[in-house]
Design a protein around this ligand. Sequence first.
Ligand SMILES: NC(=O)c1ccc[n+]([C@@H]2O[C@H](COP(=O)([O-])OP(=O)(O)OC[C@H]3O[C@@H](n4cnc5c(N)ncnc54)[C@H](O)[C@@H]3O)[C@@H](O)[C@H]2O)c1
Length: 361
Amino acid sequence: MKILVTGGAGFIGSALVRHLIENTEDYVLNVDKLTYAGNPESVANVAGHPRYSFEQADICDKSAIEKIFAKHQPDVVMHLAAESHVDRSISGPADFITTNIVGTAVLLEIARAYWHALEPQRKRHFRFHHISTDEVYGDLPHPDTWSGNKDALPLFTEQSAYAPSSPYSASKASSDHLVRAWHRTYGMPTIITNCSNNYGPYHFPEKLIPLTILNALAGKALPIYGRGDQIRDWLYVEDHVRALYLVVTQGQVGETYNIGGNNEKKNVQVVETICDLLDTLLPAAAPYRRLITYVTDRPGHDRRYAIDASKIRDELNWKPRETFETGIHKTILWYLNHQSWVEHVKSGAYQAWMKQNYEQR
Ligand SMILES: NC(=O)c1ccc[n+]([C@@H]2O[C@H](COP(=O)([O-])OP(=O)(O)OC[C@H]3O[C@@H](n4cnc5c(N)ncnc54)[C@H](O)[C@@H]3O)[C@@H](O)[C@H]2O)c1
């Protein structure tokens, strides 16, 4: 197969590209605009591979994307390109509407015309896989305020109603609706996956886990929103990309699959775990927990996300290989051993935004 991956220079996209080149026989075309979040160094170890190619393009640019489809003739599209940071969506939602909604619509229309014109066998096997988030479902009851049985707290299933809270999650929900409509209306062979919070190597250091690791190493404050009691279900990125490949090769057209790590943690627990691991891996003069700083909560902050991943487990025999404890250990070691990636990723855009949002608090 030739797989067109959008957003393949980002965090999850680059993990997918590396996985496809290293573990399958497939050809990979990476289409990425290279925004502040896209980093060619994240795919540097596969860049010279004969089954890998790259096109720098904006998914909103109809003519550029049409030319890419005509030139590369993909069998499958895995669509990850997006603006992905909730805080940025709050301070500037326009790019989220443009890339996540308009960009997805442009891609769908080009893929539809392309798919329609394929000869029957290739047409039958074509897939458009849209990679989305559990944040489209809004938030779930929190154990601190749940009066029922704490072992029976609700989880997001594929039937959960959409109730996005942030401009980011609303734009992703909107793109999910478009993809579903293109299947229902035009019969396009689409599949959607909604995944919980990812973490792991090559994660851009504006997100909680890499931000905490790198600020701790630099002796800077470790910002935690509100009381730090928001709960996320953490999944190691390599477990996510294995799930994505299973879905695109074996999943049912028109279906949605939820993907999660079964690792619910409060944000403060995540930060404390990183501090404690760093205390053993790279002891400082005083424990890293001293750097924890509580900052004003994010507006509209969802309290809890948690995924019921039984459908992908039962139908496609997927389950995560990493627990939070093993995955976070690997992640911290990766950051300790890849300081040059970190230095290079700290572009001007990143530094200016971080300065404004975190470092002065
Ligand atoms: N990170 C998570 O925890 C998580 C969880 C579930 C789902 N997702 C979804 O997975 C996808 C990837 O997330 P990520 O964390 O890797 O994001 P990321 O921000 O690290 O990477 C996004 C990539 O998309 C590219 N891009 C942005 N706008 C583009 C455009 N207009 N045209 C072409 N390329 C463009 C960027 O250059 C970057 O390489 C997103 O769709 C996100 O919604 C992320």
